[in-house]
Design a protein around this ligand. Structure first.
Ligand SMILES: NC(=O)C1=CN([C@@H]2O[C@H](COP(=O)(O)OP(=O)(O)OC[C@H]3O[C@@H](n4cnc5c(N)ncnc54)[C@H](OP(=O)(O)O)[C@@H]3O)[C@@H](O)[C@H]2O)C=CC1
Ligand SMILES: O=C1O[C@H](COP(=O)(O)O)[C@@H](O)[C@H](O)[C@H]1O
Length: 500
């Protein structure tokens, strides 16, 4: 085994013909292979209904890599490791056949019985597949067995508890890898490093020096082909319950005593436990929902959410959510964490803005005008980097100040793109590192928090649509900050200069 490569392993992929597999998973497996991070002893078994046989599947994988990956090479050797079983996951009989195939590949490729079961299909099947894997002996193996499970993990706390019970009947908690692809993003992983390896930040990382933190994740895309799923979930469940709350917990957690999976997770859990709960009648003071109407994006007119295919024409589902989280602990008492996320917004951008408090006395603006606050901006995507906003002396006579930005862009280091989140997460899973996956306690606490909001919203019809596609969301989201004396830092003005 090469020094850094993953151990021999079989990946059994349910949902092998799906959008996620095609766009993300095959290109990621291929990148690992190309970089020498995958053992030569690997095999992938795809399960779905629509293809016929191995050849069909290998062509499918090749096409997906040609379209969504970065390869101009001959893929023959790589795709020879791919096998297919046409199988309806609700059909109990097929699992025996699958076990025979998997056992046979185990021997052929000397896989030491190591198995990753990846559920990249509709969540309604997660419990059924997990139970069958156990009942039909696929989890009886002398190597490791790990279950990678896509989102959403449930629809609310009761359904998540039920799903967890079914999964845990077949896998132990430390064998379950709940994917949150934001945790695979380079700059999300960088949050801990920025905080815990810089003496200039960690001492200031508290309510004495930080006035508020803003997290924006805006998309220009609409609901696309996923309306059947999305219309039942909305932005609150689709983005806030998982990605946004994970970012909040990374920003707010205490330094872990060690950089181990358990220590980091337990600090994140403590943040989620400290989130201030709300009474039903308070939800509107802390959360705003929106749904896009018709509008213009990149000079093209796009339809209202309610006119998208497969969306209920009277849908009450939010495509936008903004909120204010309060973390009631010693470090964060009084500091609002504002988040906003939505579809069909003005710009595709995920950024964190940490706004520091004003200095106690402003010596440089005696006429009453204000100094620019110091900001630390963490650019998660599309550009990756950090910017520190400072004030310096204006060149020349006098003592006026000038705002400046110190930029760091990941691209400026070596011009290389950082690996796709799925590539990193797959590699972590192959090596048995669950740090960047979500523990059950985190899932349960975030559902408990989100359920308070969704229960109230489900019972009140919203005045939708309330923002035009191509804008940054409803006016009420601006008012959420204005009433606290803040405003959303415009993401378009904060971009990192990638040439720096
Ligand atoms: N697509 C994305 O960008 C993202 C997806 N996810 C999550 O990933 C998962 C998969 O999503 P996505 O790929 O978009 O979904 P798709 O609908 O594109 O794919 C579903 C897959 O499941 C297979 N399938 C459906 N029913 C059965 C069945 N009864 N038996 C066997 N196979 C079946 C389909 O194959 P066939 O029809 O051939 O049987 C297909 O391969 C979901 O949990 C989603 O929430 C998460 C983040 C982003
Ligand atoms: O999980 C999801 O994330 C995507 C946005 O991901 P990003 O990496 O492009 O920011 C979102 O479009 C999708 O609705 C949601 O399910």
């Amino acid at each position: 085994m090469k020094h850094t490569e993953a151990p021999a392993s079989l990946i059994l992929l349910f949902g092998a013909t799906g959008d996620l597999a095609k766009r993300k998973l095959y290109p990621s497996i291929y990148n690992l292979y190309k970089k020498g991070l995958l053992s030569d002893r690997f095999a992938v078994v795809g399960v779905a209904r629509r293809l016929k046989d191995d050849d069909d599947f290998r062509n499918w994988v090749k096409e997906s890599i040609d379209t969504f990956g970065n390869s101009s090479e001959d893929l023959t050797e790589f795709i020879s490791h791919f096998y297919y079983q046409s199988h309806d996951v609700t059909d109990s009989e097929s699992y025996r056949e699958l076990k025979n195939l998997v056992d046979c590949l185990d021997t052929t490729y000397h896989l030491d019985g190591n198995r990753i079961f990846y559920l990249a299909m509709s969540p309604e099947f997660f419990g059924t597949v997990a139970e069958h894997l156990k009942e039909d002996g696929l989890t009886d193996t002398k190597g490791f067995k790990r279950l990678v499970i896509e989102k959403p993990f449930g629809h609310d706390l009761p359904s998540a508890i039920n799903l967890n019970k079914r999964i845990r009947s077949a896998f132990k908690e430390n064998e379950v890898y709940r994917i949150d692809h934001y945790l695979g993003k380079e700059m999300v992983q960088n949050i801990e490093v920025i905080r815990f390896s810089n003496a200039i930040f960690e001492p200031l990382w508290n309510n004495r020096y930080i006035s508020n933190i803003q997290i924006t994740s805006s998309e220009t895309l609409g609901v696309e082909e996923r309306a059947r799923y999305y219309d039942k979930n909305g932005a609150l469940r689709d983005m806030l319950q998982n990605h946004m709350m994970q970012i909040v917990s990374l920003l707010a957690m205490e330094p872990p005593i060690k950089l181990t999976t358990d220590e980091i997770r337990s600090e994140k859990v403590r943040v989620l436990r400290a989130l201030r709960p709300f009474k039903n009648e308070e939800i509107d003071q802390y959360f705003v929902r929106g749904q896009y109407g018709e509008g213009t994006i990149n000079n093209e007119t796009v339809p209202a959410y309610r006119n998208e295919p497969n969306v209920d024409p009277e849908s009450n589902t939010e495509t936008y959510v903004a909120g204010k989280f309060m973390i009631d602990n010693f470090r964060w008492a009084g500091v609002p964490f504002y988040i906003r996320t939505g579809k069909r917004m003005d710009k595709k951008s995920t950024k964190i803005v940490v706004q520091f408090k004003d200095i106690p006395m402003n010596l440089y603006y005696k006429n009453g005008s204000s100094l620019n606050p110091n900001l630390l901006v963490i650019h998660i995507q599309p550009e990756e980097g950090i910017t520190l906003h400072l004030n310096v002396k204006k060149t020349g006579q006098g003592m006026e100040t000038n705002p400046v930005k110190l930029n760091f862009s990941n691209k400026s280091i070596d011009g290389m793109n950082t690996p796709e989140a799925y590539e990193k997460l797959l590699f972590d899973c192959l090596r048995g590192d669950a740090t960047n996956f979500t523990h059950w306690d985190e899932v349960a606490l975030s559902w408990r928090f989100v359920d308070q909001i969704s229960e109230v919203w489900a019972n009140q019809k919203a005045p939708f649509p309330n923002y035009a596609a191509g804008t940054m969301g409803p006016k009420a989201a601006d008012e959420l900050l204005e009433k606290d004396g803040f405003f959303w830092w415009p993401v378009a003005d904060l971009d990192v200069d990638e040439n720096c």
